[in-house]
Design a protein around this ligand. Sequence first.
Ligand code: HEM
Length: 154
Amino acid sequence: MSFILATISTLCILISALLMVYGWYTIRVKKNRNRHKAIMITASLFALVFFMIYMTRTVFIGNVMYNGPENFKFAYTVFLTIHIIFATLGAIMGLFSLYLGFTGRFQSHKKVSPYTAIIWFISAATGIAVYLILFIIWPSYHMDTNLWQAIFGH
Ligand code: HEM
């Protein structure tokens, strides 16, 4: 169950990151404000679906423990922590960019949003890497645990 939900949510975050790149292109190169708005809203909705699935999984099933080689475990923990920091920052800045866009504060929006898009992209890329480590490279299907243990171990 964890695997199916994680795969769906990772696909959502992949689509969201690709839409983010396309949304940037529509405004930077094409100067198409309406399309930019529509694409960024869609990208945000995919991120929202990701977040809802992630939270459902965390609350009802638990998160998955790292099951790779012991000598890589510390690096993984650092990597996961960086991912969590970027994801939290990306969510906050995403909401802020949407707010600046919707309220027509385009000067500020233009200054802040490139950072939002880059942080969002890094958080998606590191998130996909975490998925690959936990579910594809060193799968640990029967090792569901809670959020705290998934980060810091037993
Ligand atoms: C998470 C959501 C969003 C992100 C990450 C985002 C990202 C960006 C980025 C990176 C730029 C700068 C493009 C450049 O010159 O390099 C930009 C510009 C712009 N965005 Fe967004 N955007 C978002 C949502 C919105 C929304 C909802 C609207 C409209 C309601 C909007 C309207 C605009 C406009 C009009 C510009 C051009 C500003 C100007 O050139 O003066 N954006 N956005």
